[in-house]
Write a protein that binds this ligand. Structure first.
Ligand code: FES
Length: 95
């Protein structure tokens, strides 16, 4: 998984959300609810594909078509390039 524009790369497991994977790598993405409703973590996916851990992530069909994802409930199903300029490095990798 690659995060732009920072160009940070990290791995995301088959059962962990992109948010959790980022956190494990010491990267904090904006989030509030972490259950796919508040849209604080809203990010654009440049390439790759995801599936969702919840049935109704808070995205319209059109947003999904345009590549927007909610990383707190999205799991990678292919290598992903995601854009979120608000991501920050945390001090410890365990976060
Ligand atoms: S943190 Fe609320 S939708 Fe992702």
């Amino acid at each position: 998984m690659t995060l732009e524009p920072q160009q940070w790369t990290f791995t995301a497991g088959p059962d962990e959300s992109l948010f959790q994977a980022a956190r494990r790598a010491g990267i904090r993405l904006p989030s509030i609810c972490r259950n796919g409703t508040c849209r604080t973590c809203y990010s654009r996916m440049e390439s790759g594909s995801v599936r969702y851990l919840v049935e109704w992530p808070g995205l319209s069909a059109r947003e999904k078509e345009e590549g927007f994802i909610l990383p707190c409930v999205a799991v990678a199903t292919a290598p992903i390039v995601m854009v979120n300029p608000h991501a920050e490095k945390t001090e410890g990798a365990s976060g």
